[in-house]
Design a protein around this ligand. Structure first.
Ligand SMILES: Cc1cc2nc3c(=O)[nH]c(=O)nc-3n(C[C@H](O)[C@H](O)[C@H](O)COP(=O)(O)O)c2cc1C
Length: 151
């Protein structure tokens, strides 16, 4: 079995939006969102590099990556961590991933400068403290945040 459980894969495919942390050359953190987060297989995630120069430069320099994917209504999600690689146009992985983006209906797929694949070596759940005392159900949390977003 791979690192990514069925539930993790379902969440990524449903949300698509991941927040990617890398490390800059001077040691400072770099965090940016990618709405093109896909499951490549049971151990790997990818995003399309449309306009992510700093994240890509950091990964090329060997930075590890942590990304968070959160369901904003349920207030639960996952933290994924591991090394990453940048795949250029013309490579098999690039072509395969761009085809996946197209198949999912992405209108930006052909603009991908590269495809960044994260090899997930660590994956753990992250849960809002709203659940800590056990008095609130998922349904109640969803209702509260649906109302808040609607406003
Ligand atoms: C909701 C959202 C989704 C985004 N999705 C992507 C994406 O999938 N790929 C990408 O390259 N940029 C995406 N961006 C744009 C980058 O996050 C943005 O250009 C950022 O400044 C890149 O920073 P970086 O060079 O530090 O990665 C997205 C931005 C937002 C707000």
């Amino acid at each position: 079995m791979g690192t990514l459980t069925g539930e993790m894969q379902r969440m990524v495919e449903e949300q698509r939006l991941g927040f990617y942390a890398t490390v800059n050359e001077d040691g400072s953190p770099n965090l940016s969102p990618k709405g093109s987060t896909f499951v490549l297989d049971d151990d790997r995630l990818f995003f399309a590099d449309y306009r992510s120069p700093q994240t890509v430069a950091n990964i090329r320099r060997g930075s590890l990556v942590e990304l968070n994917v959160i369901d904003p209504l349920v207030r639960k999600g996952y933290r994924f961590k591991g090394p990453a690689a940048v795949h250029e146009p013309g490579s098999d992985i690039y072509e395969h991933c761009v085809e996946m983006l197209r198949a999912a209906g992405s209108t930006l797929a052909d603009r991908a400068r590269s495809i960044v694949v994260v090899e997930v070596r660590g994956a753990r759940a992250v849960i809002s403290p709203v659940y800590d005392d056990g008095t609130v159900s998922e349904e109640e949390v969803i209702r509260i945040y649906r109302e808040r977003f609607a406003g």
